[in-house]
Design a protein around this ligand. Structure first.
Ligand code: NAP
Length: 245
């Protein structure tokens, strides 16, 4: 059986990805930063699918914690064949009011963590390849990587950086390890729960599918990229048609 690490999988999209991997037969490492009990609930639900699940608390913006996450996962699950860099935070602050510390925090959590986790995962991914698996890394970016975003320039910039990191790592780790990204549009999670009714109406009017994304929609895309053996360095846009490129 193969195994996967999903960062930030205590809630939202990461939770749906962890449960999708479990349903597909993968042992999973469920990572949380602050939501410990929610992470244990995700692991319990994963075990009900008949796979192993380990819960690891780690602030993945800290490279030592990221290394600890990958070591624990590899030790307890017997290796790591897939990594999903999903952990992320958002913050709405106009540039004139944005402190360098806040800019750095969002960058650390959203993109530096992906570098740190991928680097820590590399020996395990190579070992998985040698053992005959088809390892992959999937980075969770955002539609805002393309459009930019008012009052969240640091968030949009971090998601743009993730797309460049994805292509660079796809080249660095070829041919053994495929690296791709998924760029969700508006997905209903805690991250987007602060919308007013008027904002929701405006957002929905811009989505041809006529609804928000569900975490499971993004999990479907991540599962596709995990299995798509001839796809690397690519970004899969999952946004209900909001942005057609
Ligand atoms: P969410 O519901 O707020 O969940 C965020 C997850 O990330 C939680 O599990 C949280 O863990 C974890 N996390 C945050 N900081 C962390 C850290 N320093 N170390 C480890 N884990 C950390 O957000 P979401 O909507 O599911 O977003 C997941 C990803 O999708 C993010 O990268 C986000 O930018 C991206 N995305 C979301 C949308 C959307 O519309 N929702 C759109 C495009 C892209 P704890 O609760 O344990 O702290």
């Amino acid at each position: 059986m193969s195994s996967a690490v999903i960062t930030g999988s205590s809630r939202g999209i990461g939770r749906a990805v962890a449960l999708r991997f479990a349903r597909d037969g993968y042992d999973v490492a469920v990572n949380y930063h602050t939501s410990e009990s929610a992470a244990h609930e995700v692991a319990d639900a994963a075990r009900e699918e008949g796979v192993e699940a380990v819960v690891v608390g780690a602030d993945v913006s800290d490279p030592d914690a990221a290394a600890h996450l990958l070591e624990r996962a590899a030790d307890e699950l017997g290796g790591v064949a897939h990594l999903v860099n999903n952990a992320g935070i958002d913050q709405h602050v106009y540039t004139a009011d944005l402190s360098p510390a806040d800019f750095d925090r969002v960058t650390d959590v959203n993109v530096n963590s992906a570098f740190a986790c991928t680097k820590a995962a590399l020996p395990h991914l190579h070992a998985a390849a040698e053992a005959g698996a088809a390892p992959s890394v999937t980075n969770v970016s955002s539609i805002l990587a393309y459009t930019g975003a008012a009052v969240e320039c640091h968030y949009a910039a971090s998601k743009g950086a993730l797309l460049s990191l994805t292509k660079s790592h796809a080249r660095d780790f070829a041919p053994e390890i495929r690296v791709n990204a998924v760029a969700p549009g508006h997905v209903e999670t805690d991250m987007t729960s602060d919308r007013s009714e008027a904002e929701k109406r405006e957002e929905l009017a811009a989505i041809p599918r006529g609804r928000y994304g569900r975490p499971e929609d993004i999990a479907d895309a991540v599962a596709y990229l995990r299995d798509a053996g001839f796809v690397t360095g690519e970004t899969l846009n999952v946004n209900g048609g909001e942005l057609m490129r």
